[in-house]
Design a protein around this ligand. Structure first.
Ligand SMILES: C[S@@+](CC[C@H](N)C(=O)[O-])C[C@H]1O[C@@H](n2cnc3c(N)ncnc32)[C@H](O)[C@@H]1O
Length: 175
């Protein structure tokens, strides 16, 4: 079990418990990350996981409904309540955040929305950084592949089969 698996299991993040993504994330992620953004906060299990895993990072979470999230007072976690698919609303937040080492789309898990977020957020990925799409459906993979092929500066990508019809997609930006 990796240290990320242990942290995520303790935080009851479904990245570990339901999907088993954490060993793959552990291989791909750089613990020196300075900035992390997750789209989809819900109860915050994954925000707390990233905060505990990346010792120096500022952790941003975007959700349209922050009702279920209870902050623990740590200034390293910052939440933004807005519609992640509204580019006009997101743009000033992204400008303020600056380059991001690791972005996770754990939002609505639907093909068109996943492609929209990827295209919207890829320019914010720092060179050498990683973009993740959780719960990519098997039936969405052609659309996701086409979107990846249209991105500049992709160093490598991987679609990792989790279970049933769900995949984790990881994309690394060239340095
Ligand atoms: C799967 S949950 C996130 C779980 C969280 N990452 C975790 O691991 O604990 C998906 C979240 O996406 C949020 N969401 C749905 N539509 C959204 C939108 N248009 N903009 C931002 N967040 C949205 C929901 O409110 C929900 O909290």
């Amino acid at each position: 079990m990796t240290e990320l698996c242990e942290i995520a299991t303790k935080r009851r993040a479904d990245k570990a418990t339901t999907w088993g993504y954490t060993p793959i994330y552990f291989e791909w992620l750089n613990r020196g990350a300075q900035t992390v953004l997750e789209i989809g906060v819900y109860g915050g299990a994954s925000l707390f996981t990233w905060r505990d895993f990346f010792p120096e990072a500022k952790i941003y979470g975007v959700d349209i409904d922050m009702h279920y999230f209870e902050p623990d007072g740590d200034a390293r976690i910052k939440t933004i309540t807005c519609d992640a698919y509204n580019r006009d609303v997101m743009a000033p937040h992204l400008a303020e955040i600056g380059p991001i080492d690791f972005i996770v789309d754990d939002c609505v898990h639907m093909k068109d929305e996943q492609v929209e977020l990827l295209n919207q957020l890829w320019p914010s990925v720092r060179p050498g950084g990683v973009y993740a799409i959780e719960e990519t459906l098997t039936g969405s993979r052609n659309a996701i592949m086409a979107a990846i092929n249209g991105l500049p500066d992709v160093r490598r990508y991987m679609c990792w089969f989790a279970q049933d019809v769900y995949w984790l997609t990881l994309i690394e930006r060239r340095r």
